[in-house]
Each structure stands twice: as C-alpha cells, then as structure tokens.
Design a protein around this ligand. Structure first.
Ligand code: C5P
Length: 408
C-alpha cells in the first residue's frame, strides 16, 4: 500500500476535448501509482483525441461517456459516480468545459456529474493562450474560484498550435503533486507562515543598484503551496515581476534592510519562516543622491558594507517561529556548504540547489537537496510549482515531527 497522502482516495478524472487529452493517460497511471482509485469520465470531444479503451486499460474500469446510456447507468451512473467521488479532477479542462461548468449545465455525463456531486472539484485547464487570456475565460475562472473550484495550472511554454504562452496543461506529475496538497487539506490550517522571495536591490545612485538574478518564482510557488495547505501566508517580496498567489498577503520591499524590517515586523506568532529570498550580502556603504556621471570618473570605487543576515537573526531571535527554513544557492560543494549553513544559521531545514549555467535562479525547473538535522532528501528536477509543493510536504512532515517531540 502506498504511503502517499492520496492512497485510497477515490478520484473521478474528467477528460475533455483538448489535444492535451493524451496526457490524461499518464496522469491516470501516476494517480494509480499513488494508490488512488480512478474512474474516468470522458466528454464526446475527448474521444476524438484519445480512445476510451486506452483510459479503460489504465484505470482498470470501463470509461463512462454517455449520460443516457442504459448499460453505463446500470454499471455506475452519474448519481452513483457523484456519490462515489472524493474528488473530481477535470484534466484537461477545455475552455468550453470551463464555460459549461460555470453555467451549471447537465447536457453530458461529466457536467451532470459535477452538478450532482458534493465532492470538491479541481480543474487543470488546457487551451490556446489567446483563449486562456480572453476576458470570457478569465471571468469564468474567477467565478469558479469564488465557488471554491481549485485551479491546477495552467503552465506556459510551447503550445500544440505552434504559439507560445500560458494555457498548457501542467505535466501529469505536477498535477499529482497539486492533488496531494489539495486532497489532504488543512495540514497547516490555523498556522501562519512567513516567506521571503526574490532578490533585493541595493542602490548605488537613483538609477543603479546591486542586485542578483533571483526571479522570485520559487518563493512565490512556496507561498502558493503553503496557502493551499491551509496556512495564512505573508509573502515579503523583493522586486519581481510576478502576480501574487491568490489568498496570500504580500508586502513589497526593495532593499535588504527593508526586507529585514518587514520580516521583523511580521515574524511574531508565525509557525514557519521560509527564507527563500536571495538577499544581497553587501550594500554600497552610501548611495549617491544624484546620478553618478561617467565623465567625472576615470575609475569608480564602490565601498560595500555587509547586510544583516535576516534568517539568522530570526532563527536566534526572541520571536523565533517553531520551524525556520533557509535556502542555499551554491555553484559547487552544494551539500557540504548547506550543512554548514544549517548549523551556523541555526535553521531547522535547508533547501540547497546548484546555480549557474542556466540552473536555479531564473529557470522554470529546479532540483533541491533538502537537509535537516537528522535526515536529507533529494527532490529531483521539476517545475517550480511542483517542487514547491513537494518541499512544503517535507516541511510539514518535519515541522509536525519537531512539534510532537517537543510536546511529548
Ligand atoms: O549565506 P547565504 O546568503 O548563502 O544564505 C542563504 C540563506 O540566507 C537564504 O535562506 C537567504 O534567504 C538567507 N539570507 C538572509 N539574509 C541575508 C543573506 C541571506 O536571510 N542578508
């Protein structure tokens, strides 16, 4: 028996008409690897892209398509399926399926099932990027969000139509990781989590700064994962071009000192602090109030002063959260340096990655070595949202272990 949090869950996978329907075959296999019981419902459109027989073989059960089919209804009809499901996962969800879900239509089996079921619904959209960004689709998605439907993805990148952009179905493993967080809700219910993300900019003059290549993607993904695990999340963000994950409180800062002040202001009462930000280690000792003119300098010396190490200050301070997680970005000797930092900064856990040559900072995928006092685990290369959910699962596990030893 799998020890996955999904083991034993009963999930109806709804497959709608999209070129991404072929990925639902792998998704079903991956869900079953986690010990999930899967029943598949296809729309007529989906059958144009992938055969019911394929999904029947992978799920181990007949695939339901027709609403008005006496044979199917006598096996497991829409009402029986609606009662059976712990979750309904529509993947891929086409723009049309999303629109019909908003309207509450019951003109095919999948829609009738969604209408008749009290099970939570998760939707993994897949469509052309223009269809995705169309206000009609965005309005529909907002309505679904307000009704508590969970959105998984979409991702962005190359599309089947030859275009580039948002709207791609997430990879099956990414959808499974999202379902893990969703299907075990409230692991962090009632807990407050503080997260820093992105780079800091240390001004040299009004137009120049010392910064770094951090995109903030991992920190934002961590904020989303913590929020999905039921936590109240405060995200302190350096300068990044990312939208705030839904349900997350965001504070924007620019310099290391501003980040430190924002952290110290909000750290009291937090259960977990995750220091994802690539905080500048040095700042110019003084910043010029006017733009430095090229013509007045042959060479230019910048005198730098160290910044305060925020995560160390939090980990050794009076308001220390129960669990403090740091990150370590290294170009070599990743695990050794990370272990040293874990001890020196008095952290509970450190997530280390190799950066440079396209790895780490600005990339969409990453891999991590996660180390704590008496254990470690490698999280293999994966899109950052998936990696964040897996890291969150590890954090929750170790946080619970620490709490139960302290309370015993
Ligand atoms: O020592 P190093 O900068 O590699 O440590 C990285 C870890 O320390 C990250 O978790 C980062 O957020 C944190 N850090 C910090 N304040 C600093 C520098 C790093 O919180 N001034």
């Amino acid at each position: 028996m799998s020890d996955s949090p999904l083991a034993g869950k009963q999930i109806v996978v709804g497959v709608s008409g999209s070129i991404a329907a072929y990925k639902s075959a792998d998704l079903i296999r991956r869900l079953r690897d986690e010990g999930v019981e899967v029943r598949v419902v296809m729309t007529q459109g989906a059958t144009e892209f992938i055969t019911p027989l394929t999904l029947q073989s992978l799920s181990g059960h007949p695939v339901a398509i027709e609403l008005l089919d006496a044979d199917q209804e006598s096996a497991m009809g829409h009402i029986a399926l609606a009662r059976w499901a712990d979750w309904i996962l529509i993947a891929p969800a086409s723009a049309d399926t999303i629109a019909r879900l908003v309207q509450g239509r019951a003109d095919d089996l999948l829609m009738a099932l969604c209408l008749a079921s009290e099970a939570p619904i998760a939707v993994a959209p897949a469509m052309n990027n223009k269809m995705w960004s169309n206000p009609a689709t965005q309005d529909n998605l907002n309505q679904l969000r307000q009704r508590g439907v969970q959105l998984i993805g979409p991702g962005s990148g190359d599309q089947a139509c030859g275009e580039q952009g948002e709207g791609r179905l997430l990879e099956p493993l990414d959808i499974v990781a999202a379902m893990k967080q969703l299907a075990v809700p409230g692991l962090l219910q009632g807990r407050h989590v503080l997260i820093t993300a992105g780079p800091t900019y240390e001004p040299i003059d009004p137009v120049r700064f010392i910064g770094n290549r951090s995109s903030g993607k991992m920190g934002f993904a961590m904020a989303q994962a913590a929020q999905q695990a039921g936590a109240e999340v405060t995200l302190i963000a350096g300068p990044v071009a990312l939208s705030t994950p839904s349900g997350v409180r965001r504070v924007d800062v620019e310099t290391a000192e501003q980040m430190r002040e924002a952290v110290l202001r909000s750290v009291a009462g937090k259960a977990i602090f995750i220091s994802c930000a690539a905080v500048s280690d040095f700042r110019p000792l003084s910043s010029e109030s006017e733009k430095i003119k090229k013509a007045t300098h042959d060479t230019l010396m910048l005198e730098l002063a160290p910044t305060v190490d925020i995560v160390s200050e939090v980990a050794t301070g009076d308001n220390r959260p129960d669990f403090v997680v740091g990150f370590a970005a290294e170009t070599r000797h990743v695990a050794d340096y990370a272990r040293d930092k874990l001890k020196r900064k008095k952290l509970d856990m450190i997530a280390a990655n190799e950066v440079g040559e396209g790895k780490g900072f600005a990339a969409d995928d990453n891999a991590l070595q996660v180390i704590w006092a008496d254990g470690s685990q490698t999280l293999p290369l994966a899109p950052k949202p998936q990696l964040a959910r897996d890291l969150m699962t590890l954090i929750i596990r170790q946080f619970d272990a620490k709490n139960s030893t302290e309370n015993s």
